[in-house]
Design a protein around this ligand. Structure first.
Ligand code: TXA
Ligand code: MG
Length: 342
């Protein structure tokens, strides 16, 4: 049901959200990827509220959202060496859009945003409401996905209300997110770009722009440390988005093929397919939803998290979902499904 905290995006509600942020409060905001839990990135107390509200480990840094690549310049150090300046230019060709770039930070960035790391993650979102909000604020916006830590990211204002409704001053409703998966995250390196999190900007697109795309250099130690909330933040994790267990529903989720029909009775399965299943097969499941009439993977990505939430809310005991090739957007889809089934 509609909640008084959810406000349709308008000039008035965007101005109100900007004022709440300037006052140090938290606001749920729409982006083209997923909804964000926003705070004034220059206000350490406001940024700390994000970690509290999500139950997020203090060593997991946040993305800083800025209005333009030019506006980002105050917060990053990308003028030299030359390879870095060059890669920054290439990254900026994806903005506004769902690409987050990890680069050396400037001294002006507050430590709470980067969890003490020497780098900062920045992105210029393309959602028109978020762009208007950034234009109305004279500060960058720190925002992780607006879900309690480890749950599925929100792709509607209603999802934000369900997970964090009592923790935010307002939720700005900008409709359902167009991409439906979190942004692609890369780190700029002298030997290419390191892929920290696949997203709607595909590896193929990155290869065309940057040449080499390197797999994330994450150690087991980092992964283990990331799970435990810390009171005295150790060094920030290099790529905490790479945690194996992440984005998980409450019920066990399995990929088709890893599930034997004789193991689990279909009536106890919430089944999510990428394209419509034959009617008789679909009818055998306790609950069923197809994410796209045509199996279009961008549509699958857009509808994935909503369907996982819906399946999670059914009385079924298991969620069983399709798989696809790990190319293009398929790579990000399978990454999220792997994590949800981890
Ligand atoms: O699409 C998105 O990126 C959404 C929208 C709201 O912009 N945001 C989002 O934020 O997904 P979050 O916090 O849920 O995921 C950001 C990831 C985290 O895994 C974090 O560890 C990583 O980015 N990250 C942030 N700063 C970093 C840094 N300096 N170095 C490496 N990873 C970083
Ligand atoms: Mg998140």
């Amino acid at each position: 049901m509609a909640d008084s905290k959810i406000k349709s995006a308008s000039a008035a509600s965007i101005a109100e959200a900007a004022k709440l942020l300037a006052d140090g409060q938290l606001v749920g905001v729409p982006t083209e990827t997923v909804y964000g839990l926003a705070a004034d990135a220059t206000n350490p107390a406001a940024v700390r509220k994000i970690f509290q509200a999500k139950g997020r480990p203090a060593n997991n840094p946040l993305i800083m959202h800025v209005e333009s690549a030019l506006a980002a310049r105050r917060w990053v150090r990308v003028d030299d060496p030359e390879w870095l300046a060059d890669q920054w230019q290439r990254a900026a060709t994806f903005w506004p859009g769902p690409l987050t770039v990890v680069v050396p930070r400037s001294g002006d960035v507050v430590d709470e945003v980067t969890a003490g790391a020497p780098t900062v993650a920045v992105r210029v979102p393309s959602h028109p409401v978020m762009r208007s909000l950034l234009a109305a604020c004279d500060f960058p916006i720190a925002a992780p996905s607006a879900n309690p830590s480890n749950y599925v990211s929100p792709t509607s204002a209603e999802h934000v209300r369900q997970g964090l409704g009592d923790k935010v001053a307002m939720i700005l409703d900008g409709g359902e997110c167009q991409c439906g998966l979190e942004s692609t995250i890369i780190r700029l390196q002298s030997d290419g770009v390191e892929l920290l999190r696949p997203g709607s900007i595909s590896v193929e697109q990155l290869q065309a722009a940057f040449g080499a795309v390197i797999a994330a250099r994450v150690t087991e130690k980092n992964t283990a440390a990331a799970d435990a909330p810390s009171t005295n933040p150790p060094a920030a994790m290099p790529a905490p988005g790479m945690l194996a267990k992440h984005y998980s529903p409450t019920k066990p989720l399995r990929v088709v093929g890893s599930w034997q029909p004789e193991e689990i009775e279909p009536a106890r399965v919430a089944r999510i397919s990428f394209a419509p299943l034959p009617r008789s097969e679909a009818a055998s499941f306790g609950w069923y939803r197809s994410l796209s009439e045509t199996g279009d993977l961008h549509e699958v990505a857009r509808n994935l998290f909503t369907a996982i939430r819906q399946a999670d809310a059914t009385p079924c005991e298991w969620i069983v979902i399709d798989r696809c090739d790990r190319t293009g957007i398929g790579r990000a889809i399978m990454d999220r499904i792997d994590r949800a089934s981890g």
